[in-house]
Design a protein around this ligand. Sequence first.
Ligand code: AMP
Length: 372
Amino acid sequence: MSLAPGSVIGIIGGGQLGRMSAIAAARLGFAAHIFSPEAEGPASQVAAFNTIADYADQAALRRFATAVDVITFEFENVPTEGLALLASLKPVHPSPEILRVSQDRLLEKRFLNDTGLPTAPWIEVLDETGLAAAFATIGLPAVLKTTRLGYDGKGQAMLRQPADAAIAFATLAPKPLVLEGFVDYAAEISVMVARGADGQIVAFDPAENRHKHHILDLTLAPAPLPPELLAEAGAMARIIADKLGLVGVLGVEMFVTATGGLLVNEIAPRPHNSGHWTLDACPFSQFDMHIRAVAGLPLPLTTRHSDAVMKNLVGPEDLALWPRILGTPGLIAHHYGKKDARPGRKMGHVTRLFPKGGLPGEFGIADALNIE
Ligand code: AMP
């Protein structure tokens, strides 16, 4: 069933992903209703309706579900009981089952491997004896990660020598953990894929992601890699969307290995920071795609009209560039409306477009933004 204009799309989470989803909803004549513990957050500022309450507040979740036509989220760590309550009252897309898989690295890796998709080698770690056995198998260096609640490099530790293990095990919580073989990757890429309620699947071009202090810094679209590799990455993302029975948009993060292989690192069943370039380089963005999918509408083409470099504006240092960004021709600026520019906080992003095939070479990328 497709939603008519005037319908209300409930979005759990009040950050920038919710903000840009709410704007996409408004473009199609829908109203967004944000559920967030934070008053006047990035999404609430642009939404028609708001519920300000804790994610565990069952009464508030019930009122919210009653007031909307369909429910989606931009924040993945919604308590399971809350999700079950929402799903008993209104359609929830992507489904709570998909969230359960993506919230838990072990379920996620099992799902990926069962689907025939390669990941870095991994072993579940329950205790210190298990950890010693795991790195005897996987070898060092390796990465020890929490299975839940990790983001932007939080909840993980690099193990270079056996002596690193005890302290990493003691610090990381909650347990169990997972030990992953360290991938000496040539590049990190991501694919945004969307699937409609009717099973139609579309994928944006894979993009390359570069991180600074564990936070996404730059996205280059398309990823400057051989076309066969990009096609393979797109095909893998489609398989994931299909197998999950996804309704909505999903980000698939992958490593490109030194030998040109692909390993899936993570999936995120929501719009993703590495898909922000689609706002300016494609007729329909990842947010348009997400809203269309959850509203039961047909999915349009994902063809890009331009190549793009996207840079995140993180913390007070990057935000200090804002007036110069506005004065720099060709920079497309996005501000998330956050009042407090704490270090490490994503405050906005800028995109510069290039003619197709005209992405600057390696030496030009550092200057691609040319903030004057
Ligand atoms: P994650 O929380 O899994 O997305 O990891 C955050 C970042 O840590 C990734 O974007 C990589 O840069 C790095 N990383 C994670 N897992 C590995 C690994 N197995 N090998 C090498 N780098 C990794």
